[in-house]
Design a protein around this ligand. Sequence first.
Ligand code: DX5
Ligand code: ZN
Length: 220
Amino acid sequence: MTPRLIAPSLLSADFARLHEACALIESSAADWYHLDVMDGVFVPNLSFGLPVIEAMKPLSTKPFDVHLMIVQPERYFEAFQKAGADVLTVHLEASTHLHRSLQGIRELGMKAGVALNPHTPVEALSEVLDAVDVVCLMSVNPGFGGQGFIPRTFDKLRTLRRMLDEAQSPALIEIDGGVGPHNAKALFEAGANVLVAGNAVFKTPHPEKSIEAIKLLYGG
Ligand code: DX5
Ligand code: ZN
């Protein structure tokens, strides 16, 4: 069966109450934690890093999907593995040696992810399809939560789905940015496997209900 997962992004949670956000994710229908790490260089913003992820790990049982929006991410692979990352995603645009990076992530026992900015064509992945476990298509320009979904992402998603199917690759397609109940169904139907949602979960009065609402859109 095609995996259809929900990964709430903690970037939109209340940072003074991260333990509550963890408890909420644990008891909700969410599948993964999505953790956005920023360095103020690759993206024009800073978020949180290793100590915060390490502190959250004992509070959680669900996989940690760590999205690195940092330059030279390979400097920290081992540290993020120790901190608790299960999926570690680097940006193609920040990786001079992408193939080596993806191999390095797998060698540390994590799933290897690659994220593409909105301007990067999915064809840029054609030579690394067998080295990747998760492809994250950015549907906003990375750096901030709460932005509007870029509609062209649908074309990229369909093309990537075709590429992966033709290569018989089991890699998952993740969509990150501007996702919510308004577009979740269409994204799943176009071939997405993991939907990241920040504001659409944590900036609503009942986050667990928002997660449920996105999950319920699985059907027909
Ligand atoms: C943006 C991050 C996203 C962000 C999504 O750079 O990669 O994961 O948290 O937030 P929303 O769902 O609010 O667009
Ligand atoms: Zn992200």
